[in-house]
Design a protein around this ligand. Structure first.
Ligand code: PRP
Ligand code: MN
Ligand code: MG
Length: 186
C-alpha cells in the first residue's frame, strides 16, 4: 500500500477512524452535558481540527473560546514551563468548561492549564483530548474524554505539527527519517 503522503512513513490513525471517534465522543459529551451549555476552550494551534469537527458534531448549546500557550524548551518535547500567548476573551466563572486538546504528550501543558483555569472559578472543568501518548500517565491530569492512545513515536497530522508543518494532513502518522531530517515538506 502506498503512503498517502511522501513524508509519511506509516498512518497510525486514518481520517475515517478519526471521524468515527469524533462522532462517538460528541455523543458522550452531548449526553453528559444535556440541559446545560458548554464553553469549549480550544488550545491553539494543535486543537483547531478537533475543535472544528467536534463542535459541529455536538448538539448541546455551546460557545467557543481559544487560548494559545507556549511551553519553553525544545520543539518536540515540553518542559512544563508555560506562558500564555493569547488568553481567553471572556470570564469562565460559573461556566461549564470543556478544554479541547489534540494530544497529551507529557501532560505538562494541560496540568498547568487546568490549574490556571480552575483558579478562574468555572462551574465545571473537564478535558477532551483526541490523542494521548504513553508518557501522559506520569502526570496526574484527569482527562474525561480520550479518543486514541498512541505509541510513543513522534506523530503529525490532524492538528499535530512538526516545526509547524503537516497540521492539515487528515490522518495521523509517523514521519519518514528523511522528512524529519529536512524539517519541512519537500
Ligand atoms: C502540543 C500539543 C499539546 C501539547 C502536548 O502543542 O498540541 O498542546 O504540545 O504536550 P505536553 O502534554 O507534553 O505538554 P505545542 O506546544 O506543540 O503547540 P501547538 O499546539 O501550536 O503545536
Ligand atoms: Mn498544542
Ligand atoms: Mg506543536
Amino acid at each position: 500500500r502506498h503512503s498517502p503522503h511522501p513524508d509519511i512513513a506509516e498512518v497510525l490513525v486514518s481520517s475515517d477512524e478519526i471521524a468515527a471517534k469524533i462522532v462517538e465522543l460528541a455523543a458522550r459529551v452531548d449526553a453528559d452535558y444535556a440541559g446545560r451549555e458548554i464553553l469549549l476552550v480550544g488550545v491553539l494551534k494543535g486543537a483547531v481540527m478537533v475543535m472544528a469537527d467536534l463542535s459541529r458534531a455536538l448538539t448541546v448549546p455551546l460557545t467557543m473560546e481559544f487560548m494559545a500557550v507556549s511551553s519553553y524548551g525544545s520543539s518536540t518535547s515540553s518542559s512544563g514551563v508555560v506562558r500564555i500567548l493569547k488568553d481567553l476573551d471572556r470570564s469562565i466563572e460559573g461556566r461549564d468548561v470543556l478544554v479541547v486538546e489534540d494530544i497529551i504528550d507529557s501532560g505538562l501543558t494541560l496540568s498547568w492549564l487546568l490549574k490556571n483555569l480552575r483558579s478562574r472559578g468555572p462551574a465545571s472543568l473537564e478535558v477532551l483530548a483526541l490523542f494521548r501518548k504513553p508518557e501522559a500517565v506520569t502526570v496526574d491530569v484527569d482527562v474525561r474524554y480520550v479518543g486514541f492512545d498512541l505509541p510513543g513515536a513522534f506523530v503529525v497530522g490532524y492538528g499535530l505539527d512538526y516545526s509547524e508543518y503537516y497540521r492539515t494532513l487528515p490522518f495521523v502518522g509517523t514521519l519518514t527519517p528523511a522528512a524529519i531530517e529536512r524539517g519541512a515538506p519537500a
